[in-house]
Design a protein around this ligand. Sequence first.
Ligand SMILES: [Zn+2]
Length: 431
Amino acid sequence: MNIYLAIVLGSMIAAWAVNTVVAVLNVKALDPRLPQEFAGVYDAQAYAASQRYTRDVARFDVVAETVGLAVGVAFILCGGFPFVDGLARSVGFGPVGTGVVFAAILLLINDVLNLPFSVHRTFVIEERYGFNRTTARTFVLDRLRGWLLTGVIGGPLLAALLWFFNAAGPLAWVWAWLATVTVMAVMHYLAPSLILPLFNTFTPLEPGPLRDAIEDYARRVGFALSGLYVMDGSRRSARSNAFFTGFGKRRRIALFDTLVAAHSPEEIVAVVAHEVGHYRKGHVLRHLALGVARMGAVFLVMSFFLTSPGLHAAFGMDGVSAYAGLVFFLLLFAPVSMVLSVGQNVISRRHEYEADRFAAQTTGRPEALVSALRCLSVDNLSNLTPHPAHVFLNHSHPPVLARIRALRALGAADATARDADLASAVEHRAG
Ligand SMILES: [Zn+2]
């Protein structure tokens, strides 16, 4: 057997096995006794519903992954790639155009196969637990808008990458890397004004106690904001959240309307303070830098494999082409990607604790964040007792109970440290 094929199939099966075992462990870790931190917040019935939800999602994920594995292996072994390549070549474009058509057909196949799962997830599972607000119309429009964005942004980017790898010689990976980073930076810059409004409506937060409280907090820690918006998250789901978009002076906060409706101003300020903490502690920059470095490494390694005849032969291809090599490399690289993601999650979970600590110290009210986290967990039917292996592999955030316990341990710490931190936050603003 071709060594590349053995690695790709072996790692697909290994990833499926690990995910299935961890999903079973996670369901087994569900404990019907309510943790004492949630006494009075969760009633017994809602807590039981949250556990049923965790079970339903786990079962669904295992089925989806199993079908995905079976279809993927069958596609590879039955000559799916040479078949799609034949279709793409029959259009008669040059190597770059053929590559874009090749990728578009693969994405289309993937999207069609995913469609039933996506429909079931939204209209059966999320619906059963009262989360779903997506209408059939929104669902269809979202997919069309997704396709439009992929075509408008992904198409030209892919064409540029293929052009570099076909024509730019040994340093092609550097150009590919620069082009990708540039596109991502531009997208991040344009997201608040051009991309996100395609999917949601953003309205400035009305003047009132909430706006005053957030602006007062931002002023106190010297955090520049260009806008405070409410996003109609309720158009798709009853879940709540908050996020920042844009760079520097164009930075905005978007609060889900569901968050504003269900939380006190004090809790929302605590959530905003947590997000500010991510900026102040350098997490946002570090995260971006790691992502950029990771992308460079991927392109560098990729450049060694793109024209490997062995890699192409593994998937039943006669010839060698940069576009097919790119897809095959991503399949070959999947286990490394998985390890890198787990590493990124380890860092991300540490950052969450730091942002929580920042919020507690700068608002002076750890209990406000505790209460916000509790409410968010109840609203979203979060699993309060995930299995450690599930957390290690998949979670970018620590379990909510661990966060609450860490915040309460801080609450007991002395006020001197809190003042020192606020002073340094203010100093940061002056500097
Ligand atoms: Zn966070």
